[in-house]
Unconditional design. Structure first.
Length: 619
């Protein structure tokens, strides 16, 4: 009954506000996801991946995150399944957000980053820390935001990017955007393929066999301005991927596996902003499907599929120049199944409130509270509080604390003979403190975090004492993650010579408190950085990654670790045409420039030195 009372209450507030509108405030940008993220992230660290950073890592989303963020990426061989560990949490504790919608799979709770195309998104942002208030289940370690953006105003822009690389790798992209006073539209399509048959360094002539992949994806956005204070918009994204699963040492030729995945995302939104009132209604329909072939030569496969319906209503009231309150109501229905699990339906009603308070040049505060009503579980009331304080000129201190949660996935619960119906949602309490210094040429940020997780869901052998050695999911009593993160960015111009330097470093300790052992696949030390130089039409860069050793077993045996590794990439670019209306650039990139032998996962060597030539044409 309480859920319906809350819902009616919000609707009443909304209907009342429509009767109090007088003046007009025009919004030129249709998708305000990035602006909204910054507004609701007071006290949180947000890393913005700029166009220049993205252009250096167009080969894969995995490469973009690995070389430019403090996130540890697990990848089953280059081009294979790729997942994230944010601040030492598991892959299902990193939420991927598309235009404000959580797109993690209901079946396994994750998003595969090699099933995302880098260049099709207009904004890519990474927020550290818990985000379950705004983004729901799984947003414990951090969130990755993928946004499409449309702009009104007269313009017609095109971009073509094509590249050719080692191992018969081809990437191509076309994007177009159009706008006038009442219409904004964009379309993008991308195709990528590779034989991916690189040499395995340190072996006697072995190659990465059965590693080929190809994928096709598109993004579509359209908006129509109904009047000066309201607009209607539609976003759609589709990805079709086909990749083989490469083998492992010592016998790569034994691999015959293949994997197909299909993702289709659709979002319809209506926005109304006038005076101190803002209303936004969103309806999303998402589908995901995969097919796994044990033998690519046989037309028999395992499959999984899901579909999500989401209705979301935002109401924001600007109380004064310094404060506002926002109410968000969500209704969600998710269907998921595999060939091993009959279709299950999970429904959820969510209501949360966000209060913003700011005093110019002194302090900004976000206070948030959320309650979910889930058809399968009782989810506790969760909360978050974040603040930013201007200490000195160019110096800001940030602090946040939150309670977050993750409900078990369908695989956790229903997988035949392995699932555990007795699982309960995992929850966490966390805190984050940091200081940022920013001027016109430099930015430094240092922070510390603390995450205490209860009832953490992990798959472990021996979880069921009646079936020793069988991997089953259980609730671990408690896990503790803590660490330090440091970010630096320097941009310096000397006449026409431009220099830039970027660095991300994280030190993470993640332990199971019941055993005092380190959690698996969490490097203590992780660092990446880049150096860049440009002069007139010429530019060059070098990027480097260091990843410390990781344990691969819960008993932390030294014989089962992945050693630390260093790997570097370098590239040069030259703008053949550079004017206000046109830009034609030619680039060459060398990956693993020092030809280092390394592994991200055991027995899966990563690529040797390889090359990529790309052309980027904007007109």
């Amino acid at each position: 009954m309480m859920r319906y009372i809350l819902f009616v209450f919000i609707l009443l507030i909304g209907s009342k506000s429509f009767a109090q509108l007088d003046s007009v405030q025009t919004l030129k940008v249709v998708n305000l996801s990035t602006v909204k993220l910054q507004k609701l992230s007071k006290g949180y660290k947000v890393l913005v991946l700029s166009d220049s950073v993205i252009l250096k890592n167009t080969e894969s989303f995995t490469s973009l995150l690995r070389f430019n963020t403090p996130i540890y990426i697990k990848e089953y061989g280059a081009g294979g399944t790729s997942t994230a560990s944010f601040r030492g949490t598991s892959a299902s504790n990193t939420a991927v957000i598309w235009n404000g919608i959580n797109i993690n799979s209901i079946n396994n709770g994750q998003t595969g980053f090699n099933a995302l195309t880098v260049n099709l998104f207009d904004n890519i942002n990474v927020r550290s820390g818990g985000g379950s208030i705004e983004f729901g289940s799984g947003a414990i370690g951090g969130t990755i935001h993928l946004n499409d953006q449309l702009s009104f105003g007269k313009h017609f822009d095109n971009q073509v990017v094509t590249s050719l690389g080692s191992y018969n790798t081809y990437n191509s992209l076309y994007k177009v955007s159009y706008g006038n006073e009442s219409i904004a539209a964009k379309f993008g399509v991308s195709f990528n393929q590779s034989e991916n048959d690189y040499d395995w360094l340190g072996t006697d002539g072995l190659k990465n066999e059965n590693g080929a992949y190809e994928n096709l994806s598109f993004n579509l956005g359209f908006a129509y301005k109904l009047n000066n204070f309201s607009k209607f918009s539609v976003f759609s994204s589709k990805f079709n991927g086909d990749r083989e699963f490469s083998g492992t040492l010592p016998n790569p030729s034994a691999a015959k596996e293949k994997y197909k995945d299909y993702n289709f995302r659709n979002l319809i939104a209506y926005n109304f902003h006038k005076n101190e009132f803002t209303h936004a209604i969103k309806f999303a329909y998402l589908t995901q499907e995969y097919r796994y072939f044990v033998d690519k030569n046989v037309n028999a496969y395992n499959y999984g599929k899901s579909k999500t319906y989401l209705l979301k209503y935002n109401f924001n009231y600007q109380i004064s120049q310094h404060s506002s309150i926002e109410s968000v109501t969500e209704l969600e229905s998710v269907f998921g199944s595999t060939d091993e699990i009959r279709e299950q339906n999970r429904k959820q009603f969510s209501q949360f409130f966000i209060y913003n308070l700011s005093f110019e040049n002194i302090v900004s505060i976000n206070a948030k509270i959320r309650k979910d009503f889930n058809s399968d579980y009782k989810i506790p009331l969760i909360f978050a509080l974040g603040a930013e304080i201007n200490l000195l000129k160019n110096t800001i201190a940030r602090v946040n604390g939150s309670k977050n949660y993750r409900v078990p996935t369908y695989n956790d619960l229903y997988w035949p003979a392995l699932g555990n119906l007795d699982l309960i949602p995992e929850s966490s309490l966390q805190g984050d403190f940091g200081v940022t210094y920013k001027s016109n040429t430099v930015k430094f940020d240092i922070g510390a975090f603390y995450i205490k997780s209860s009832d953490k869901i992990v798959w472990t052998p021996g979880g069921d004492p009646d079936r020793p050695g069988i991997w089953t999911p259980i609730n671990v009593a408690e896990a503790l993650n803590k660490g330090v993160e440091f970010t630096a960015a320097i941009n310096k111009a000397i006449h026409k010579h431009l220099f830039n330097f970027n660095l991300n470093y994280s030190y993470t300790i993640a332990k199971d408190k019941s055993t005092n052992n380190y959690l698996t696949y969490v490097p203590k030390h992780l660092a990446n950085g880049s150096l860049g130089y440009s002069y007139k039409r010429f530019s060059a860069f070098y990027q480097h990654l260091f990843t410390g050793e990781v344990y691969t077993t819960t008993d932390n045996l030294d014989t089962y670790t992945v050693p630390y590794y260093n790997v570097g990439n370098a590239g040069v670019n030259y703008n053949i045409i550079k004017s206000n209306n046109k830009q034609l650039g030619l680039g060459v990139k060398v990956n693993n420039v020092f030809n280092k032998e390394y592994e991200v996962l055991p027995s899966r060597p990563m690529p040797n030195r390889n090359f990529n030539i790309n052309i980027n044409f904007k007109f």
